[in-house]
Write a protein that binds this ligand. Structure first.
Ligand SMILES: [Zn+2]
Length: 640
C-alpha cells in the first residue's frame, strides 16, 4: 500500500504543478541518491549483480484463476561480495509490491527502506520498474510481498472456453525477460539461483513447475511443493496450472496434458526416453533428474520452451506420425546447451540456440537417419538465405548488440541456424569425433554457468583452434561471430532427396509433367515442405484447386505443411484455403505461424480488413506476445 499511496501523492503533485507552474518553482522529484537507478551490466536488467547476487529464492504463492493473479511472497537469499554496496535492485514489471522486509539476526522480519523506481522511458517500458531496497549491514535475506497483475505479460490465463477440458488454464513464458512480471528478481540470464516453491491452486486443477516435485496425480488439498536444486537463470522459471493428467513414457520421462490430449501426446512422444539416452551418449550425463513434457493449449505462442525438467510444447506438433519431433529434440538438447551452459545476456543468444540446433540434428540423426537430417539442414539453410537480405547488417551476425532494444527481437533465425552452420563448419574442418570431444569438455567446463561469447571464443581458441593447427583460424571464427552474413567458406548442406523434389517441381511447373505424375507417394513431410516452399508463385486458383483434389492439402493434419499451403492460399485468394485459414487463426496462437500469416494478409490487396475482423475474434484466445506481433503486422492499435 505504501507504494500506491506515494504514487498517488506524486501524481497529485504533478497535476498541481501544471495548474500553477507560473507561481511555484518546480518541486524536485529526483529521488535521493540511494534510490537513483540505471540499467545494470546487462542492458535488459536493473540488477547490479556484480555487487550483490540472489543465490536462492523461496516462493510462496496463491493462484487465483478468477482474478487471474498470483499473490504471496518471495524470500531472496543474497550473496554480498561487496558489503559496502548497500542496496539490492530487483526487476519488476506490473507487480503490485505490497511490502518489503529483511530477515534480522534472530530470524525476525524487519522493515526496510524501499522504493519502486520509474519506468526508464516509454520505449523501454518493457523493462518494467526497478525495485530498490536499502540493505542494512549484515543482512542477506529479503522478503517481498506482492501480487501479479491480471495482465502480466509473462502469464497467460485462459478461460474454460479456450481449453479442450473446459477448465481454466494458466501458463508462464519467462523468456526472455518476463519472469519479472510474476516474481520480483534479478531478471538477467547472468544470475543463477536455486529455488523452492509452495503454490496453492484450485483443488480440481494441478500445479506444475519447471522444477523437481511435479506430481503424477492431482493433490486433493491443491497445495504443491517444488524445488530446483541446480542453479538456473530467471528466464527458465516456469509454472502452469490446469486440468492435467500425466502419462509415463520411460523411467525418467513422461508427458502432462489436458485429458483430451494425453493419449495422443504419449503416443507421439513415445521416443522421449530414447532421446534422453542419445543426448547423454553424445554430450554427457543428463543432470536434471526427470525430463517431462507439458502439452499446452494451442494458444502457446511458441513451438516449445526448454523449461528445465518440464519443457513446454505446442499441441500443433502432435501430427499423429512423429514427423515434427525435431522440436522435442530441440527442447531436450537445451538441457545441455542453454540450461546447463547459458548465454550471459541476449546478445549471446546464439550460444544457446546455435548449439541447440546442431545438437538437435545429432539426436534426429539417430532417431531417424542422416538423410532426414540432411533434408532438415537444407530446409534451414534455404530459410536462412531467404531471410538474411531482409535483415539489417547488425542483425545478420551471430553476436548482436541489443542494448536499447527489446530482447524479444533476439529470436530471429540467425542465432539458431547460422549458429548451427557455424558448428557444422567446425565439424567439416576438424571432423565429428574431435568436435564431440570438444563439446563434451565444454559442457563439463561451464556446467551451471552463464557465459558470454568471448569466454567461449577463448575456450575454443585454447582447446580446439590451437590443438588443430591450420584446420581453422581465429580470424575465420571472428568472421562468423562479428561480421554480417554467412562467410563465403560456410558449407552448404546438400540433400539428394530434396534435389529430386526440385527436379520434379521444375518439370511440373515447366509444363513437362502432369500433376498426377509427380511421385509423391514416398515423400516425407520434409519433401512436402520443400516442394511447397519452392513453388514459383503466385499460383492461379485453378492450380491450387487441382493440387487440393490430388493431395488434399487444405485438410492436411501436419501444421507445417498446412501453414505453407495457407500462404499460397492467401496469395491466390483461394476460397477453400481461406476458409481453413480463418479456422486456423482462431484455433492456433503459435507466433511462428500467426505473425507471417497476418503479415501476408495485411500486404495482400484483399485481406487486411478481413484479417482484422478475424483477429478481433481470435484475440481473446491469444497470448500477449501473439497479440503484440499480430497487431504490429496488421498495423492496428494495441487496444484495438
Ligand atoms: Zn531453442
Amino acid at each position: 500500500m505504501k507504494n500506491l499511496l506515494s504514487a498517488l501523492f506524486a501524481a497529485a503533485l504533478l497535476s498541481n504543478l501544471t495548474a500553477c507552474q507560473q507561481e511555484t518553482p518546480p518541486v524536485p522529484l529526483t529521488p535521493k541518491p540511494e534510490f537513483r537507478v540505471d540499467l545494470g551490466p546487462d542492458p535488459h536488467s536493473y540488477a547490479e549483480y556484480d555487487q550483490v547476487q540472489v543465490r536462492h529464492l523461496t516462493l510462496d504463492l496463491d493462484a487465483d484463476m478468477a482474478t487471474r493473479t498470483l499473490s504471496g511472497h518471495v524470500l531472496l537469499e543474497l550473496d554480498r561480495p561487496d558489503p559496502a554496496h548497500k542496496r539490492l535492485v530487483l526487476d519488476t514489471r506490473d507487480l503490485d509490491i505490497q511490502d518489503v522486509t529483511v530477515v534480522g539476526p534472530e530470524g525476525e522480519y524487519r522493515p526496510v527502506s524501499w522504493r519502486l523506481g520509474p519506468v526508464l522511458s516509454e520505449d523501454q517500458a518493457h523493462l518494467g520498474q526497478p525495485l530498490v531496497i536499502i540493505l542494512p549491514q549484515g543482512i542477506s535475506q529479503v522478503r517481498v510481498d506482492y501480487q501479479s497483475s491480471p495482465d502480466a505479460f509473462g502469464l497467460q490465463w485462459l478461460d474454460g472456453n479456450q481449453t479442450s477440458s473446459g477448465q481454466p488454464f494458466m501458463f508462464s513464458q519467462s523468456q526472455p525477460h518476463y519472469a519479472r512480471t510474476w516474481v520480483p528478481l534479478q531478471d538477467t540470464p547472468a544470475v543463477r539461483y536455486t529455488f523452492d516453491a509452495t503454490v496453492r491452486g484450485p483443488r480440481d486443477l494441478m500445479v506444475v513447475m519447471g522444477a523437481d516435485g511435479n506430481p503424477f496425480e492431482r493433490n486433493t488439498k491443491g497445495e504443491y511443493r517444488f524445488s530446483m536444486p541446480q542453479p538456473v537463470p530467471s528466464y527458465l522459471m516456469a509454472i502452469a496450472i490446469g486440468d492435467l493428467e500425466f502419462a509415463e513414457i520411460g523411467p525418467r520421462s513422461g508427458v502432462y496434458a489436458e485429458p483430451d490430449w494425453i493419449e495422443r501426446a504419449a503416443a507421439e512422444f513415445h521416443q522421449l526416453e530414447e532421446m534422453i539416452d542419445i543426448g547423454e551418449q553424445l554430450y554427457g550425463e543428463y543432470r536434471w533428474g526427470r525430463y517431462d513434457l507439458l502439452v499446452l493449449p494451442p494458444s502457446f505462442p511458441f513451438g516449445g520452451m526448454e523449461n528445465p525438467r518440464l519443457s513446454y510444447v505446442t499441441p500443433t506438433i502432435i501430427a499423429g506420425d512423429g514427423s515434427l519431433l525435431a522440436l522435442v529434440a530441440h527442447e531436450l538438447a537445451h538441457s545441455w546447451s542453454g540450461n546447463l551452459v547459458t548465454n550471459a545476456s541476449w546478445r549471446d543468444l546464439w550460444l544457446n540456440e546455435g548449439f541447440t540446433v546442431y545438437f538437435e540434428s545429432r539426436i534426429m540423426e539417430q532417431i531417424y537417419s542422416p538423410e532426414v537430417v540432411a533434408m532438415l539442414a537444407r530446409l534451414d539453410w534455404d530459410g536462412l538465405q531467404a531471410s538474411l537480405p531482409e535483415l539489417e547488417a547488425g542483425d545478420r551476425q551471430l553476436v548482436r548488440d541489443l542494448s536499447g532494444k527489446d530482447p524479444e527481437g533476439a529470436f530471429i533465425s540467425v542465432p539458431y541456424d547460422m549458429g548451427r552452420f557455424f558448428l557444422d563448419w567446425i565439424e567439416s574442418r576438424i571432423g565429428r569425433e574431435d568436435l564431440d570431444v570438444f563439446l563434451r569438455q565444454y559442457f563439463d567446463e561451464f556446467a551451471f554457468e552463464s557465459i558470454d561469447t568471448e569466454t567461449f571464443r577463448d575456450y575454443l581458441d585454447t582447446h580446439l583452434i590451437q590443438t588443430h593447427s591450420g584446420a581453422l583460424t581465429l580470424a575465420e571464427v571472428d568472421q562468423w561471430l562479428y561480421e554480417p552474413g554467412m562467410p563465403e567458406f560456410a558449407v552448404a548442406p546438400e540433400s539428394d532427396a530434396l534435389a529430386r523434389v526440385d527436379a520434379q517441381r521444375a518439370r511440373w511447373q515447366g509444363g513437362e509433367m502432369a500433376l498426377n505424375d509427380l511421385s509423391t507417394d514416398d515423400w516425407s513431410v520434409y519433401e512436402w515442405l520443400h516442394f511447397l516452399s519452392g513453388l514459383e508463385g503466385p499460383l492461379p486458383t485453378e492450380v491450387l484447386a487441382a493440387m487440393d483434389a490430388e493431395f488434399a492439402l487444405t485438410d492436411s493434419t501436419n501444421v507445417e505443411i498446412l501453414y505453407l499451403w495457407l500462404q499460397h492460399s492467401i496469395d491466390a485468394e483461394y476460397a477453400p484455403g481461406i476458409e481453413r485459414l480463418e479456422q486456423f487463426l482462431i484455433e492456433v496462437g503459435r507466433n511462428k505461424f500467426t505473425r507471417p500469416l497476418y503479415t501476408a494478409l495485411a500486404a495482400s490487396d484483399w485481406g487486411r480488413d478481413w484479417a482484422i475482423e478475424v483477429y478481433q475474434r481470435a484475440r481473446p484466445g491469444y497470448h500477449p506476445l501473439t497479440r503484440q506481433a499480430a497487431e504490429r503486422a496488421l498495423g492496428i492499435d494495441s487496444e484495438g
